[in-house]
Design a protein around this ligand. Structure first.
Ligand code: GAR
Length: 196
């Protein structure tokens, strides 16, 4: 059975869908939910699901990214994960940290990568006049939001969409896409999952 550590910073809705997907015939189980934000809503949800939780508060390390990432590595290593799933984890990770887990770390990003790496993805898609938007799951490499794409789900952008209305339509797709990609990845496949 593969062990999955899930990293969050906020509400953790993607974490919940990943955790709930890892049952019965699934080849993986959650071993840890870790947040860099002490009060993150997802921590209580993970505890309710009976998953071990940990906090590594980036604010305690100020500008010392290396010290933050050492603490992160220590917390992760204690949980012995085979796979790390970033799920709304809003800290940029350095190449040194990423290389420790490369090939075993996934991320979900709310755009049709390679478009709109970084923040404010939905507003940027609308601003650009795009006719579709969506979300992507990719392998994490040293390039921000730039690793190999493992799955995508898309929706049409409506004339009257705002960034919020688009985000609200894409989030449920994230909840379907990420578990589908994680399952395939845990089974050893890197074939792309395309939804719908
Ligand atoms: C999700 O929309 C996720 O795609 C996004 O943050 C949200 C987290 O929601 N991630 C990023 O923007 C990563 N750069 P959640 O905490 O409810 O899963």
């Amino acid at each position: 059975m593969k062990r999955v550590a899930i990293l969050i910073s906020g509400g953790g809705s993607n974490m919940v869908s990943l955790a709930q997907s890892m049952t019965s015939g699934h080849p993986a189980r959650p071993c840890l939910v870790l947040s860099n934000v002490p009060g993150a809503g997802g921590l209580a949800k993970a505890a309710d699901l009976g998953i071990k939780t940990a906090v590594v508060d980036h604010k305690l390390y100020g500008a010392d990214r290396a010290a933050f990432e050492s603490a992160l590595t220590a917390a992760l290593e204690a949980a012995e994960p085979d796979i790390i799933a970033l799920a709304g984890f809003m800290r940029i990770l350095t190449p040194g940290f990423i290389s420790r887990w490369q090939g075993r770390m996934l991320n979900i990003h709310p755009s049709l990568l390679p478009k709109y790496k970084g923040l404010n993805t939905h507003a940027r898609a609308i601003e650009a006049g795009d006719t579709e938007a969506g979300c992507s799951v990719h392998e994490v490499t040293a390039e921000l939001d730039g690793g190999p794409i493992l799955g995508q789900a898309r929706v049409a952008i409506a004339q009257n969409d705002s960034a919020d209305s688009l985000a609200a339509r894409i989030l449920p797709l994230e909840h379907t896409l990420y578990p589908a990609v994680l399952k395939r990845f845990a089974e050893g496949s890197k074939d792309t999952v395309l939804l719908p």
